[in-house]
Design a protein around this ligand. Structure first.
Ligand code: P6P
Length: 334
């Protein structure tokens, strides 16, 4: 059977779904093309001068890696001239990048974490690019406020993961589909159609070093998993923590699991570590489209009304039975 490339998938989806516009198709293809360029840069590693610190900091106050800055610039330069979007927001930029007047604007806003898992770059562990697409009126020059839409308004979301293979995982609201980078063809090729997250799992992902800082419902939930067959769950569990959200989420999409980055008392004024707009929302869209669930411990993540472009959120996502259980423990504790 001939290979179905990302381009063919998008054209055939557009044919069946008129509301899936040519500009949205172009936007996704441009992001996928930029992800190829980022994959190429990441794969070079120490062979070129792209590892290590950039010597700058981002809006989160985090030191930027050279590849963080490179990936951000690749996405900006790839998207600014196409006429398919009106502005872009990034973890690496304090404020959005509004398309300059010399270029036409389209009815979409693109948000991204250009290179998630930066702490893993220099030690050759999988990292990735996360992106989210929101609608915006075509006839209006956008402002930063136009980005502050709930995750349930997303029209597309996905990620590229740069690991043993480079994969591009996408939802446009019609399930989740995985494409592998065929470096000989230079194309993303459909290899994992209709990815589904099993409702039940035996694998959990959390940074256990934060255990003493968690709230009671999280401590209760994790202690039950650790008690395994000798505890109330009556079966044993396994743990994974890659410290690259893209890698942990991709494993969950591939074989189930629950990913957690809860609030903890180290910085009590912060609801969590991960960012709502360009990490939690896109990953929640992907997870829900694959049959999973995503909450902040209390609410569905995609129903949260954002107040700030870089606001953080607690994240519990993955196999629905486990997300429902730990969310239920939060409700009981109230
Ligand atoms: P910790 C990477 O920096 C990231 O934003 C996510 O990709 C990842 O899940 C998390 O932070 C890891 O955090 O505290 O375990 O290093």
């Amino acid at each position: 059977m001939s290979k179905i490339t990302l381009t063919r998938y998008l054209i055939e989806h557009q044919r069946k779904n008129p509301q899936f516009t040519a500009n949205l198709r172009l936007l996704i293809e441009v992001v996928a093309r930029a992800s190829k360029a980022i994959s190429h840069a990441v794969n070079k590693g120490a062979l070129t001068d792209i590892l290590g610190e950039a010597g700058t900091g981002n809006v989160q106050g985090e030191a930027q890696k050279k590849l963080d800055v490179i990936a951000n610039e690749v996405l900006l330069e790839a998207n600014e001239w196409g006429g398919h979007l009106a502005a872009m927001a990034s973890e690496e930029m304090d404020h959005p990048y509004f398309i300059p007047n010399q270029y036409p604007r389209g009815g979409y806003l693109l948000l991204f974490d250009p290179l998630d898992g930066s702490s893993n770059i220099d030690v050759n562990v999988s990292i990735g690019t996360i992106f989210s697409v929101l609608p915006t009126p075509e006839d209006k020059i956008p402002t930063e406020t136009d980005f502050l839409q709930a995750g349930n308004k997303q029209v597309a979301a996905g990620y590229a993961i740069y690991g043993p293979q480079s994969l591009f995982v996408l939802t446009v609201g019609d399930g989740v589909h995985g494409f592998s980078l065929d470096r000989e063809l230079g194309s993303w090729v459909l290899t994992q159609p209709n990815m589904r997250i099993p409702e039940e799992t035996k694998e959990f992902a959390i940074n256990m070093s934060n255990q003493r800082h968690w709230a009671a419902p999280v401590t209760r939930y994790i202690n039950e998993l650790l008690a395994g067959s000798e505890g109330p769950r009556g079966r044993d569990f396994n743990m994974r923590w890659v410290a690259s959200m893209v890698a942990d989420v991709h494993r969950i999409l591939s074989r189930g699991g629950i990913f957690m980055y809860p609030w903890d008392k180290r910085e009590p004024n912060k609801p969590g570590k991960l960012r709502l707009m360009y990490e939690a929302n896109p990953m929640s869209f992907i997870v829900e489209q694959a049959g999973g669930k995503a909450t902040d411990g209390t609410r569905r993540i995609m129903d949260i009304q954002p107040e700030g472009l870089h606001q953080r959120v607690a994240v519990f996502l993955g196999s629905s039975q486990e997300v429902e259980r730990v969310t239920g423990y939060h409700a009981e504790a109230k």
